[in-house]
Design a protein around this ligand. Structure first.
Ligand code: NDP
Length: 444
């Protein structure tokens, strides 16, 4: 058995109850094989892979809070500080009822390679809670966030670990958590990113993941003699990533025709009206039925279905494992030419393989959604300088970072004779920098 297989067997035995984490590790290790085989002896001696799959630290804590009826509620909080070889831990917080340690570990593991790909000095981490902000009052969300931060503040800091948002954690939640951190520690520092613009936030951070996804998709198409202009696009989700992916797609001359939430989806052949979508989701925090009521060209369907629409490009921007093998088959038979992940691991492993085998350009989330964390790192730089850059300055840097990421992963794939395999390219390019830093830093 080769070194990669050996390590994966150990990971499976040790983390059997965490399928999402195993899926992420399998995908990464599998595509790293050619790199590992070249340096097998040194890596094996240094137990490099065993160390890279084991979080440096994982923190699990109780989060008690009082709801509006006076009842005490208890949730579980997590922070997994996965790898600090190339910088302080950086990665979002997810508040969703599906959160457990395995989800946070899968996201933290992916984050190591994603952060490395940005070219910026940030390590990998992730956190969150099984708390569901949906249907809660602002006061309840504040009570939860304050209790969560009361514990989390012991483990984070501007040079140590800098969390951000993810599913269920937007500007409102970051604001409440920043306030509590400041109150407890007395420090006004860039300990969280995604902050409001009046207290250290960066222009273009809100838009960054969705815009970055489109910048990379545009570059990937361009490198393959295609133009994003005029392409029809299916987007899933209707949260932060999806909204700004739709906005940028329209700015680039493409036509996004779908979006979804956890109860249903919209098909709007005229193109999604992004202002209306923002009103429904960002302001009213309502369901997509409201979008359909206000827009005559839109059809609303219950359940799943965005991948059944005939499109040129698919951008999954909701959650993990939302694009399955059956969906991939439908997309291929409808003539899709590219799939780029806005969400983290939205495509199942078998669906990814099917798309690649059928010559669909496929970019994994750790490359295509890295614009969010990259701009978070730019927010950290601005906080350290105590300066704020203009929207154009941040957006310009974001675009350059995404273009560079695409060429890095494209080159890495070519170096290992896997031209066009951007999954392998992303894992290899992300891994190389982290592995070199870990080897140089000794047994830590
Ligand atoms: P939001 O909470 O803003 O939006 C999530 C969207 O996905 C909502 O439309 C939500 O619907 C839908 N969704 C969430 N869970 C499920 C589910 N289990 N089934 C069906 N639909 C679901 O999150 P973001 O837009 O921030 O994040 C989306 C994805 O992008 C995640 O995978 C996240 O990890 C990833 N990502 C986010 C970054 C960021 O900067 N925000 C950066 C990089 C990656 P509903 O409202 O009904 O729950």
């Amino acid at each position: 058995m080769g070194y990669v297989e050996e390590v994966f067997e150990k990971v499976k035995a040790k983390n059997a109850a965490e399928p999402e984490f195993l899926q992420a590790v399998e995908e990464v290790l599998e595509s790293l094989k050619p790199v590992i085989e070249k340096n097998e002896e040194a890596y094996r001696k240094a137990a490099l892979l065993e160390r890279i799959v084991e979080p440096e630290r994982q923190i699990k804590f109780r989060v008690p809070w009082v709801d509006d009826s006076g009842q005490v509620q208890v949730n579980t909080g997590y922070r997994v500080q996965f790898n600090s070889a190339i910088g302080p831990y950086k990665g979002g917080l997810r508040f969703h009822p599906s959160v457990y340690l395995g989800i946070i570990k899968f996201l933290g593991f992916e984050q190591i390679f994603k952060n490395s790909l940005t070219g910026l000095p940030i390590g990998g981490g992730k956190g969150g809670s099984d708390f569901d902000p949906k249907g809660k009052s602002d006061r309840e969300v504040m009570a939860f966030c304050q209790s969560f931060m009361t514990e989390l503040c012991k483990y984070i800091g501007k040079d140590e670990d800098v969390p951000a948002g993810d599913i269920g954690v937007g500007g409102r939640e970051i604001g409440f958590m920043f306030g509590q951190y400041k109150r407890i520690t007395g420090q006004y520092e860039g300990v969280l990113t995604g902050k409001g613009l009046t207290f250290g936030g960066s222009l273009a951070r809100t838009e960054a993941t969705g815009y970055g996804l489109l910048y990379l998709t545009e570059e990937m198409l361009k490198s393959n003699a295609q133009d994003i202009k005029g392409k029809t696009i299916a987007v899933s989700g209707s949260g932060n990533v999806a909204i700004y992916a739709i906005e940028k797609a329209k700015q680039l001359g493409a036509k996004p025709v779908t979006c979804s939430d956890s109860t249903g989806w919209i098909y709007d052949p005229e193109g999604i009206d992004v202002d209306l979508l923002k009103e429904v989701k960002e302001i009213n925090r309502a369901r997509l039925t409201e979008y359909a009521q206000k827009r005559s060209s839109a059809e609303y369907h219950e359940g799943k279905g965005v991948w059944s629409v005939k499109v040129d490009v698919a951008l999954p921007c909701a959650t993990q494992n939302e694009l399955t093998l059956d969906d991939a088959k439908t997309l291929v038979s409808n003539g899709v030419i590219a799939v780029a992940e806005g969400a983290n691991m939205p495509t199942t492993l078998d669906a990814t393989k099917y798309l690649q085998e059928n010559k669909v350009l496929f970019c994994p989330g750790k490359a295509s959604n890295a614009g969010g964390v990259a701009t978070s790192a730019l927010e950290m730089s601005q906080n350290s300088e105590r300066l704020s850059w203009t929207f154009e300055e941040v957006d310009g840097k974001l675009k350059q970072i995404m273009v560079d990421i695409f060429h890095n992963i494209d080159d890495a794939a070519k170096r290992y004779d896997m031209e066009g395999n951007y999954v392998a390219g992303a894992n290899i390019a992300g891994f190389e920098k982290v592995a070199t830093a870990m080897m140089a830093q000794g047994v830590v």
